[in-house]
Design a protein around this ligand. Structure first.
Ligand SMILES: *Cc1c(COP(=O)(O)O)cnc(C)c1O
Length: 352
């Protein structure tokens, strides 16, 4: 199906003149910089942060392009994935008019962002084994449907979504298909970034918050065609990633081995946690996980949640979420944390 990016874009966005920052107008590194009303003497901190950062984070993108095997102009860096979600909705969806399709149970930010922007939400539930229902999804689209959000591996269920189903949607929907791969580093499934050149309507989101262990920095990535990335750059706040964050991201990208070793530790612990949980009487089912958490069906979710809270162990009660009845979502901890969790769970009084 032919993809027409210009037709998809909100018409007024195409005519916006971007804010031209001092760093846009002169991007040289050497000189006497009297153009941005910065403080020339330094900073009120020990380290200097007195100069505005690179608005396009090119140093990060050049390194990341190698790590992810994409071109630097196919990358957008946001203040968390949240920023990319919000920018996409604002770029493509007309408030009060257009709609997006969400696939519950899934990540909550798509809905929040759509609601903030007054965008109608259509929901097409996943199947009971948390897979897409591509025919139902495509049937739910109409001429006002601009974006379909797919999360794989999915949060809160942890499974990967069948690749063929995602392809079917990419091939039969003329709007934008967002594949949120926040947990991709914990999965054996190849990233959809390998398919960007085939699908002009594909945008892949990833994050530094999980495998890279940098949740506090607020750093999300989006990968798409250079044309889509250009639109995100046009409407983002000019200096959306701080200089300090850029510095830390570069440091992380220097030593990709550190991230890989963190992932290895988490995968080992995921297996340990899985094994230990299977021995507990009140655990009914542990869902297969391609992420750094386990969705666990138990006999009394709220009671177990409260029991853990009494020992200051905090898991996520998902028992009120659609298709997640009686489920707790447990992030994989360190060995010490996992041992403490299991030790406490073993004390949970099972009645009857
Ligand atoms: C954790 C998570 C993110 C990451 O969000 P950031 O804003 O980058 O921290 C994105 N998508 C899903 C599905 C997640 O679970």
């Amino acid at each position: 199906m032919a993809f027409d990016l210009k037709a998809l874009l909100r018409p007024h966005i195409a005519n916006i003149k971007p804010y031209s920052s001092a760093r846009d107008e002169y991007s040289g590194k050497e000189g006497i910089f009297l153009d941005a009303n910065e403080n020339p003497f330094g900073s009120a901190t020990a380290e200097d942060f007195n100069r505005y950062p690179d608005p396009y984070q090119w140093a990060i993108k050049e390194k990341l392009a190698i790590v992810k095997d994409v071109r630097p102009n196919q990358i957008f860096i946001g203040n968390g994935s949240d920023e990319a979600i919000d920018l996409l909705i604002r770029a493509f969806c007309r408030p009060g008019k257009d709609n997006v399709i969400l696939l519950p149970p899934t990540y909550g930010m798509y809905e929040v962002s759509a609601e903030i922007n007054d965008i109608q939400i259509k929901k097409v539930n996943l199947s009971t084994d948390y897979q897409l229902r591509p025919d139902a999804i495509l049937a739910a689209t109409d001429e006002f449907t601009k974006i379909i959000f797919i999360c794989s591996p999915n949060n809160p269920s942890g499974n990967k979504v069948a690749r063929e189903d995602i392809r079917k949607i990419l091939e039969n929907f003329k709007g934008l298909v967002v594949v949120d791969e926040a947990y991709t580093d914990f999965s054996d499934e190849p990233s959809f970034t390998t398919e960007l050149d085939q699908y002009p309507n594909l945008l892949v989101m990833q994050t530094f918050s999980k495998a890279w262990g940098l949740a506090s920095l607020r750093l999300g990535m989006a990968f798409a065609s250079a044309e889509i990335i250009k639109i995100l750059n046009l409407i983002k706040p000019p200096y959306n990633i701080s200089g300090l964050t850029q510095q830390k991201a570069l440091e992380a990208l220097e030593g990709k081995e550190k991230m890989e070793s963190l992932v290895k530790d988490i995968l080992l612990e995921r297996e340990y946690l899985w094994q230990e949980l299977t021995h507990l009487e009140f655990v009914l089912h542990i869902y297969p996980s391609h992420a750094n958490f386990l969705l666990v069906k138990v006999t009394a979710a709220r009671k177990i949640y409260d029991f853990l809270i009494d020992s200051q162990i905090i898991v996520r009660d998902r028992s009120k979420v659609l298709l997640c009845d009686d489920c707790l979502r447990i992030s994989v901890g360190t060995r010490e944390e996992n041992v403490a969790l299991i030790k406490t769970l073993k004390k949970f009084p099972v009645v009857g």
